[in-house]
Design a protein around this ligand. Structure first.
Ligand code: ADP
Length: 280
C-alpha cells in the first residue's frame, strides 16, 4: 500500500516538474517575443522621428522664404502699400510665423524625446540674451498695446552657466505666452534676483491666468487651458513642456503662480558662475 502511494507521489512530482519545464520554456519564448517587439517598436520610433524631422525641415524652408518675402513687402522694399494691402500682409506674416513656431515646437519635442537635443554649456551674461529676445518680441507687444518693463536695473547680473541656444527658446516662449494671454493694454514685468547659487528670472503678466483645476497639467505635452483656447485658437501646447525639459537640463527649475482673470508669474532658475556666487 505504502509503495503504491510512493509511486503515485513520484508520478505526481514528475508531472509537476514537466509542467514547470513547459512553463519555463513558454516564459523564455515570451521573453524573446517581447524583446523582438521592443526592437520593432524602437525601429518604428526611429522611422517616426526621421519622418517628423524630414517633413518639418522641408516645411520650414519654404516658410522661411515666405517670411523673408513678406518682410520685404511690409518694409516697402518692393514699393509702397496702401492700408488694406498692409493689413492683409500683416495677417499673412503672422499666420506664417505661427506655422514656423509650430514646426519648431514639433522638432524640439521630437529632439527631446529621441534624446537628440544638444546642449552647449558656457558662461554668459544673461542680460544680452534677455535683451535680444525682448528686441525681437517688442513689436508684438506694442501692437497689442502691452508694456514690458524691468522691475529693477539688470545690468549687474552675475554670469550664468547655461546653453544660450536652448535657454533663449525658454525665455522667448514665456514672454510670447505672457503677451498672448494678456488682454490689450496689459502689463508685463520682468525681474531677476540671485537666490543662493541660482539666478531666478520671473515674468509676470496681468492676463487671463490659469484655471485652478487645470494647473497640474500646465507642463504636460499638448495641454492648452480652456480660457487660452477661447482667446488664442492657435497653439501647440508644447511650449511649456519644452521649456521645463530645457530648464531642468540647464540645471534649473521652473514653476508658476497664477490666478484666473488676474494674471500669471512664471519663474525659472539658472546656475550662476561659481566665482560670481562667492562675490555676491
Ligand atoms: P500654447 O501657448 O501653444 O497653448 P504652451 O505649452 O506654451 O502652449 O502653454 C500651455 C498652456 O498654458 C496655454 O495653452 C495656457 O493655457 C497656459 N499658459 C501658459 N502661459 C500662460 C500665461 N502667461 N497666462 C495664462 N495662461 C498661460
Amino acid at each position: 500500500m505504502n509503495e503504491k502511494k510512493g509511486t503515485e507521489k513520484i508520478a505526481e512530482l514528475e508531472k509537476l516538474l514537466k509542467e514547470q519545464q513547459q512553463n519555463a520554456r513558454l516564459l523564455v519564448r515570451r521573453d524573446l517575443e517581447l524583446s523582438r517587439a521592443n526592437e520593432k517598436l524602437q525601429e518604428f520610433d526611429e522611422i517616426k522621428s526621421n519622418f517628423i524631422s524630414v517633413v518639418a525641415h522641408q516645411l520650414r524652408t519654404p516658410l522661411s522664404g515666405i517670411k523673408w518675402t513678406l518682410n520685404m513687402l511690409l518694409n516697402g522694399d518692393l514699393g509702397p502699400l496702401n492700408n488694406d494691402q498692409k493689413t492683409f500682409l500683416i495677417k499673412s506674416y503672422e499666420s506664417n510665423n505661427r506655422m514656423i513656431t509650430l514646426i519648431n515646437d514639433m522638432l524640439d519635442t521630437d529632439r527631446i524625446q529621441s534624446g537628440k537635443m544638444h546642449y552647449g554649456f558656457r558662461y554668459i551674461n544673461i542680460i544680452d540674451l534677455l535683451d535680444n529676445v525682448l528686441f525681437e518680441i517688442s513689436p508684438e507687444a506694442t501692437k497689442r498695446n502691452i508694456s514690458i518693463e524691468f522691475k529693477r536695473k539688470l545690468e549687474n547680473l552675475p554670469q550664468v552657466y547655461i546653453d544660450p541656444e536652448t535657454m533663449r527658446a525658454v525665455f522667448q516662449n514665456l514672454l510670447e505666452n505672457a503677451i498672448k494671454y494678456t488682454i490689450e493694454g496689459g502689463k508685463i514685468i520682468l525681474d531677476a534676483e540671485q537666490v543662493k547659487n541660482m539666478l531666478q528670472i520671473s515674468i509676470n503678466d496681468n492676463g487671463i491666468g490659469i484655471p485652478e483645476d487645470q494647473k497640474k497639467k500646465v507642463f504636460e505635452r499638448f495641454f492648452r487651458g480652456r480660457n487660452a483656447i477661447l482667446r488664442e485658437t492657435d497653439g501647440s501646447g508644447l511650449g511649456l513642456y519644452i521649456a521645463k525639459t530645457i530648464v531642468e537640463k540647464n540645471g534649473g527649475i521652473i514653476w508658476f503662480e497664477s490666478k484666473e482673470n488676474n494674471g500669471t508669474t512664471f519663474y525659472f532658475t539658472v546656475p550662476i558662475k561659481i566665482e560670481d556666487v562667492k562675490k555676491n
